[in-house]
Design a protein around this ligand. Structure first.
Ligand code: NAD
Length: 247
């Protein structure tokens, strides 16, 4: 039986989609949960709902990962409520898809800022506490396209491949302090991010998935919980694929 009752978990981008499912699973197993998203009211709403449903301590905070000052401000609030973050899930991510030939510098920079630099900034805020405590878990949400590449996603797939390098290097640096760093690479999952795809594109992708369907957010969330649990105490620097067999 999973039990995170003495742990505080922060999930970036947890107001909806995969992040929200991860937050819900952790709350179910008694963790304190910090919900973050760009819109603070929305983060608070989700946090209140989880507190009511599962009777755990929660906090909703607005963070714009594209703004270093926003990350700093958010952590001032977080540190008023919690001693520190034991488990960090770097989940928030954006796409700005277009063919490379049409991709503008701002399309490139915006995606790098949120997906890569945002992860760097949030991780910086939590590692000191984790290393001091000699216990911590960092789980980065990358993507199958970080391995395979994808048409129209040069910016996005670059960030997802970058997160794998970050995961593996940081895992080596932090292992002596028992802080484990791993990644989960989802394939196509039913969220707002894939909802925007045209029906024929969805069908095209489904044909490449041996299980014949998109995944559900909770199917990714459960793997994140596994990596944060004592069942994964000897795993670090690893990437687990959750993609219905497509890669
Ligand atoms: N949905 C998929 O098929 C799929 C596949 C592979 C990987 N992923 C990855 O999983 C993660 C979650 O994806 P999702 O499908 O749930 O996405 P989503 O678009 O449904 O949710 C994204 C979350 O990120 C937050 N966010 C966006 N920009 C932000 C910013 N500037 N600052 C702070 N928060 C911000 C949003 O508020 C939201 O909570 C992303 O990293 C995504 O790249 C998704």
């Amino acid at each position: 039986m999973l039990d995170f009752s003495n742990k505080t978990v922060l999930i970036t981008g947890s107001t909806r989609g995969i992040g929200r499912a991860i937050a819900e699973e952790f709350a179910k197993y008694k963790a304190n949960v910090i919900i973050t998203g760009r819109v603070e009211d929305k983060a608070k709403e989700v946090a209140d709902k989880l507190a009511q449903t599962y009777g755990v301590k929660t906090l909703g905070v607005g963070i714009d990962l594209a703004e270093p000052s926003s990350v700093e401000e958010a952590f001032k609030k977080i540190n008023e409520h919690f001693e520190g973050v034991d488990i960090l899930v770097n989940n928030a991510g954006i796409t700005k898809d277009t063919l490379f030939i049409r991709m503008k510098l701002e399309d490139w920079e915006e995606v790098l800022k949120v997906n890569l630099t945002g992860t760097f900034l949030v991780t910086k805020q939590v590692v000191r506490y984790m290393t001091k405590k000699r216990w911590g878990r960092i789980i980065n949400i990358t993507s199958v396209v970080g391995f395979t590449g994808n048409v129209g996603q040069v910016n996005y797939s670059t960030t997802k491949a970058g997160l794998i390098g970050l995961t593996k290097s940081l895992a080596k640096e932090l292992a002596p302090r028992n802080v484990l760093v791993n990644a989960v690479a989802p394939g196509f999952i039913e969220t707002d991010m894939t909802e925007v795809l045209k029906e024929e594109i969805k069908e095209h992708y489904k044909k490449q998935i041996p299980l014949g369907r998109f995944g559900k957010p909770e199917e990714v969330a459960r793997v994140v919980l596994f990596l944060a649990s004592p069942m994964a105490d000897y795993i670090t620097g690893e990437v687990i694929h959750v993609n219905g067999g497509m890669y």
